[in-house]
Write a protein that binds this ligand. Structure first.
Ligand SMILES: [Mn+2]
Length: 359
């Protein structure tokens, strides 16, 4: 397992790499080129510069999250071929720079979604939360404004302004896209990029939709074990796999996360693991919790054991954290609670490894 931490680059992230290096056991940085518009080729020189910075701090740069998929690909527009071509060029440049895993998602219009970015928990920490009842009463454009207001001045990943200004137009374009069409468009995309990924040694990792159900009537397909199974079979290749995220998929109580991690671990389809905890109050209502939280809904030990037992050796990150100890940062992406999560997960892993050697 390659313990990893997401970093937004020297311009957008206020956490220095030198602090990330001080987290016990931290080895790999997950990052992206945030200045390149979606659909354009990531220049090799820019990737190398990012790699240089990360390696200068004594860390590796093996994982990219995310190379975003242009909306025209998700919509299946004729212009998609140009964007798929660009995507392949980016993959080649990343491989040349030593990147081995590339994460992406296939959510229409919106990326991940929360209704409160700083909900106060009983211990005084703040966290991101979701309440389906609030979403039902909101217009999409109001949610975009709320997300921006709550972002603490940081640009939120997946919520880049330029993509969301044309939100009404996008909703119109999606009118005729149902789940089956979205599956077909994902297949077309995978058929276009997987041969390149395979050839240059990149493992593609699709991230589950967050939350894993339809919002504002838009189709969402990366939502369940059955659909993940279908996705890894759309194109049969060792390069076609998953970024399995416990907190995203696990928000639906129908998704048994320990069983899902074990299943796809056995299939060698987990290319990237996001392990974090949530507490579900009722269907569609949840908060993100500390990784160690005896009242939370997900079994961190069970998930780590499933990864361990199936020989997982890819990158793993604590994903999100709460805001604790007065830290002022990007919602979900402060230093302290994510560092605690990284160490907690490694504690479980170390105990599993020690037990294993004894047995
Ligand atoms: Mn995730």
């Amino acid at each position: 397992m390659l313990m990893s931490f997401r970093w937004y680059g020297s311009k957008l992230d206020k956490i220095p790499l030198s602090y990330i290096k001080q987290i016990p056991g931290m080895r790999n940085v997950v990052s992206a080129l945030y200045h390149i518009p979606v659909g354009e080729v990531w220049p090799y020189e820019d990737i190398l510069e990012l790699k240089r910075q990360i390696e200068a701090a004594g860390l590796m740069f093996k994982t990219v999250e995310s190379v975003n998929v242009h909306e025209d690909i998700k919509l299946g527009l004729p212009t998609r071929d140009r964007y798929i071509e660009n995507y392949c060029k980016t993959l080649r440049n990343l491989a040349k720079a030593g990147v081995s895993v590339v994460c992406y998602n296939f959510m229409p219009v919106f990326d991940w979604m929360r209704t409160d970015l700083a909900k106060v928990l009983p211990d005084g920490s703040t966290t991101m939360s979701y309440d389906e009842k609030i979403i039902r009463g909101l217009k999409p454009e109001v949610l975009v404004e709320e997300m921006e207001k709550g972002s603490n001045g940081f640009e939120l990943p997946g919520w880049e302004k330029e993509r969301l200004t044309e939100i009404k137009k996008l909703f119109d374009l999606y009118k005729d896209i149902n789940e089956e069409k979205l599956f077909a468009n994902l297949k077309y995309f995978l058929e276009g990029i997987i041969p390149t990924a395979e050839e240059c040694g990149i493992k593609m990792a699709i991230h589950p939709d967050d939350p894993p159900w339809s919002v504002f009537g838009l189709p969402r397909i990366v939502v369940s074990k059955e659909n993940l199974e279908r996705i890894v079979k759309l194109v049969d290749s060792p390069a076609n796999g998953l970024a399995l995220c416990s907190g995203s998929l696990g928000a639906n109580t129908q998704n048994d996360m320990v069983a899902i991690f074990r299943h796809f671990g056995q299939m060698k389809k987990i290319h990237f693991a996001h392990v974090r905890n949530i507490k579900i109050y009722e269907p569609g209502v949840f908060v993100e919790t500390a990784h160690k939280d005896d009242e939370a809904s997900l079994d961190m030990y069970g998930i780590m054991k499933a990864l361990y037992d199936t020989g997982f050796d890819g990158p793993l990150r604590p994903d999100h954290g709460r805001m604790i100890w007065g830290e002022d940062g990007r919602p979900g992406y402060g230093l302290y609670d994510r560092a605690l999560g990284a160490v907690y997960l490694q504690g479980i892993w170390d105990a599993l490894a020690r037990q294993d050697k004894k047995g």
